[in-house]
Design a binder for this molecule. Structure first.
Ligand code: ZN
Length: 165
């Protein structure tokens, strides 16, 4: 296992869920690292999940506050997929996963944590990873581990350059 993820095995620190829509607030903050924003496109951005299912759990999110996948503009639809592929390229570079889960939970009953602002999950997977990270949707994180991951992923995004349409 990559050293990057080793802190997950250590003690956890509880973090409060933020008030308001984090997907509307995060991209407007100049401090990208504090907000875990990794890439800003024209209509969508890439952000790390503060409550990850697995190490390196990213999300692609339209800037527009909407839960309606059907109502996305052509530009939003296109960039959502372009940035999903961009995120996968960066994750391959940074953490060399064996596989990925990619997808959306639309609506509370489907498991959406923030149902009012749609977001595409990109979860890197490693063979046997659920053996040491067994709880899906756990809401406790170690902030230092997240920031260490952020720095490694940010370097990968810088390295791979622009998204490929
Ligand atoms: Zn929002």
């Amino acid at each position: 296992m990559d050293r990057l993820w080793a802190p997950w095995r250590m003690a956890y620190v509880a973090v409060e869920r933020p008030v308001g829509c984090v997907f509307c607030q995060a991209p407007g903050d100049a401090d990208e690292r504090r907000r875990l924003v990794l890439y800003r496109g024209e209509t969508c951005f890439i952000i790390m999940n503060l409550f990850p299912y697995n190490g390196g759990h990213l999300m692609v999110v339209p800037y527009r506050h909407t839960s309606d996948l059907v109502g996305l503009t052509p530009e939003e639809q296109c960039e959502l997929m372009v940035l999903t592929r961009h995120a996968i390229r960066a994750l391959k570079q940074a953490v060399r996963p064996d596989a990925f889960n990619v997808g959306m939970n639309l609506g509370r009953s489907a498991g959406a944590g923030i149902e009012e602002h749609l977001h595409q999950h990109i979860v890197p997977r490693w063979h046997g990873d659920m053996n040491f990270m067994p709880v899906i949707g756990e809401t406790r994180v170690l902030p230092e581990a997240l920031l260490e991951s952020y720095d490694k992923l940010k370097a990968a995004f810088d390295h791979i350059g622009m998204p490929q349409p």
